[in-house]
Write a protein that binds this ligand. Structure first.
Ligand code: SF4
Length: 348
């Protein structure tokens, strides 16, 4: 049975408890470039991002939050390292959540200043432990940035906040290694009730990072671990949202739109299924219906899969057979397949 975590509110979005698993991303723009940052956030919103994070490396970035907040519609998170003044400035400018590790801020009074400021406003903190920035003494103790070292680091950061009676906490323990990420999250899950933000850090390019993220995040979600996810890719962040939605949808955790079944093609294929499948996938992004669409290359497995789907095609020679709710409807010429299929989907 799923271990229910505490609920934390970020702007108007709830993380944890029995709430849906929330999708997050991070901008790649310079935060102080308000125009570009807002433009990217609006694109992320449109693609389904529910919480967005910006880097706050200096005061200019912290000050830009005020202007950014006026233009966007989803909660904004400030990513801060070390300098407590950046956190204070971000809070004063209307930030909805802060990602900061209290153990890295220095003197306790600095942490207290932040906590005093955010306690009234109900602004949560994400403690983000990253295998690349574990404290030296823990690296020595555990002989490397191991999952146990990551968990001890997280527990130390938590204690600093709890000692100040603060508990609006979200946790992440990310490694670029999939297996270490999974182990670290499983360990902290057994020791803490704070909601978990899942991610494999620095996962890589669109293809490599998608595989790592699907394995790491997917494995944890299948173990009923995780309350919010961020797929981290060296790519346009909109791709992170697409991948995140696919992970959640394929695990039946959330429903965003159609599911696409497409055959890999083989020597029996006589139409350009790869191109058709890619065009259909792109077009389906704007469709919200919870349907299954099959794009199959031939009549061997084709009609079978296509019949299982709400709608589908099975390729022939220069044409395809359209199936709807299990019944053959008509033949379509190859060049009209995508358009005709989309028209039929519209009618469903
Ligand atoms: S559906 Fe037909 S064309 Fe596609 S992989 Fe299977 S046998 Fe080949």
């Amino acid at each position: 049975m799923k271990k229910i975590k505490k609920t934390v509110q970020v702007g108007n979005v709830l993380i944890g408890g029995t709430n849906p698993i929330i999708i997050q991303s991070m901008t790649t723009t310079k935060t102080q470039d308000v125009q570009s940052t807002v433009k990217q956030i609006l694109e992320l919103e449109k693609s389904g991002c529910e919480i967005v994070r910006v880097a706050v490396p200096d005061m200019d970035a912290a000050k830009a939050i005020k202007e950014i907040k006026k233009e966007i519609h989803i909660p904004l998170v400030a990513d801060i390292h070390f300098d407590y003044r950046l956190a204070i400035e971000s809070v004063d400018n209307g930030i909805d959540k802060i990602r900061i590790n209290p153990g890295n801020i220095g003197a306790k009074w600095k942490v207290k200043e932040i906590v005093d400021r955010i306690n009234d406003k109900n602004i949560p903190i994400r403690i983000g432990v990253n295998s690349g920035s574990i404290e030296d003494y823990l690296i020595d103790k555990y002989k490397g940035p191991t999952p146990k070292a990551m968990v001890e680091s997280a527990l130390n950061h938590i204690k600093i906040l709890e000692d100040l009676n603060y508990n609006q906490i979200v946790l992440s323990l990310k490694s670029s290694d999939v297996l270490k990420t999974i182990e670290a999250y499983k360990l902290i899950h057994s020791k803490s009730d704070y909601p978990l933000h899942l991610g494999v850090t620095e996962a890589g390019t669109l293809l490599g990072g998608t595989v790592k993220s699907a394995l790491g995040i997917g494995n944890l979600l299948l173990s009923d671990i995780g309350d919010t996810i961020r797929v981290s890719l060296s790519a346009d962040p909109v791709e992170e949202i697409r991948v995140a939605k696919m992970i959640l949808q394929d695990l039946d955790l959330r429903l965003f739109g159609p599911k696409l079944i497409a055959c890999p093609t083989c020597g029996r294929t006589n139409i350009n299924i790869i191109e058709i499948a890619n065009r259909v996938e792109k077009a389906l992004e704007s469709v919200k219906k919870p349907i299954t669409v099959a794009v199959m290359g031939c009549v061997v497995n084709g009609p079978g899969e296509a019949k299982e789907a709400d709608i589908g095609i099975a390729g022939g020679k220069g044409e395809a057979l359209l199936f709807k709710k299990g019944k053959p409807i008509r033949k379509i010429e190859e060049e009209n397949i995508v358009e005709e299929l989309l028209k039929e989907i519209e009618k469903l």
